[in-house]
Design a binder for this molecule. Structure first.
Ligand code: PLP
Length: 344
């Protein structure tokens, strides 16, 4: 593939002169800031945050072993998903490719932006259907969303198939690695510089335990990152998030401990689930959740809710008939779930 980024970017985005914030215009040392119409009386929060999140990117660059210019930070990965669609897809004209079943936000974001969606079913074991995918894209297909490990099925997609798509897909391949920390593999970051059309999404919302702060990470070539920076809201990562995340990223050992405990607990829940007669199938998972096929899923879902336990009902989703998605909880929560399920 001869990859030309400027042919993929929307013309209005290519032409755009981005908003220049007060703190962008100023370079150097100063102690009197009368440039941003802030309240001058010091509270903890009276100043605008760093629009480029320099300290945060420095830290993430060292953790992920990646160049700072190859990092975009969003108000959750959801913001990165939306900006990718807005950067590359002309409403009413372009389309995106979304294998199903997968994370719902790709579809919602495309629909919000009036961008058409081409749906391809995954295989029965939730892997990429390579031939069908290749047949489905056309001259207006700009983005291909791949989620690995996939939500809601929990499996990693076949790496060789992703590689083939990176080589052959004429647009941008987005690999969403929200659950990569729960797998024992490095994901696509080590291959970032081999593929100019690769975008990787990760998040602090899952393994790192920071969902409330909203911090999504996007890794790509510095050219793609520059396009996202051009169209983002200037202060998209608030100051408190930048501050707390910077501190939390020091706690790698805590995060790794959580991951190990969650993986152990996933094994426990899986082993207990298969003993329950109504459970037909527990799909193999490399994430912090299990997809479970169970007799009368909807009524099981309702009964659990009346006992105060809420799962994710995926039974109306393609290839997921009678399936519930169970997030791995604390040991106590997992035991409560298993005991309620056994009593049904
Ligand atoms: C949870 C999840 C995200 C996380 O999104 P944030 O906006 O960063 O919280 C992204 N992708 C997938 C597949 C997810 O399941």
């Amino acid at each position: 593939m001869n990859f030309e980024l400027n042919k993929l970017v929307r013309a209005n985005v290519a032409k755009l002169k981005p908003y220049s914030s007060a703190r962008d215009d100023f370079k150097g040392d100063a102690s009197v800031f009368l440039d941003a119409n802030e309240n001058p009386f010091p509270t903890e929060y009276n100043r605008y945050p760093d629009p480029h999140q320099k300290k945060l990117k420095e830290k993430i660059a060292s953790i992920k072993n990646i160049n700072q210019e190859q990092i975009f930070l969003g108000n959750g990965s959801d913001e990165a998903i939306d900006l990718l669609i807005r950067a590359f897809c002309e409403p009413g004209q372009d389309n995106v490719l979304i294998p199903q079943p997968t994370y719902g936000m790709y579809t919602v974001s495309a629909e919000i932006n009036a961008v058409a969606i081409k749906t391809i079913p995954l295989t029965e074991d939730f892997d990429i259907n390579l031939e069908l995918t290749k047949k489905t894209w056309d001259d207006h297909t700009k983005l291909l969303f791949l989620c690995s490990p996939n939500n809601p099925s929990g499996n990693l997609l076949d790496l060789d198939k992703i590689r083939i798509l990176l080589q052959e897909f004429p647009g941008i391949v987005i690999v969403d690695e929200a659950y990569i920390d729960f797998t024992n593999y490095d994901g696509f970051i080590p291959l970032l510089n081999n593929f100019p059309n690769l975008v990787i999404l990760q998040t602090l919302s899952k393994a790192w335990g920071l969902a409330s702060l909203r911090l999504g990470m996007c890794f790509a070539s510095k050219e793609i990152i520059a396009v996202l920076n051009k169209i983002k809201p200037p202060y998209n990562i608030n100051g408190i998030t930048q501050q707390i995340v910077l501190k939390s990223l020091e706690e790698i050992e805590q995060k790794n401990k959580w991951i190990a405990e969650i993986i152990d607990a996933r094994e426990f829940v899986e082993n207990e689930l298969v003993k329950i007669p109504a459970v037909q199938r527990v799909y193999p998972s490399q994430a912090n959740f299990l997809l479970v096929k169970i007799t009368n899923a909807k009524s099981v879902y309702q009964s659990l809710i009346s006992n105060g336990i809420v799962l994710r009902d995926r039974s109306n989703v393609l290839l997921c008939g009678n399936c519930l998605r169970i997030t791995i909880g604390t040991p106590e929560e997992n035991k409560m779930l298993i005991s309620e399920l056994s009593n049904l």
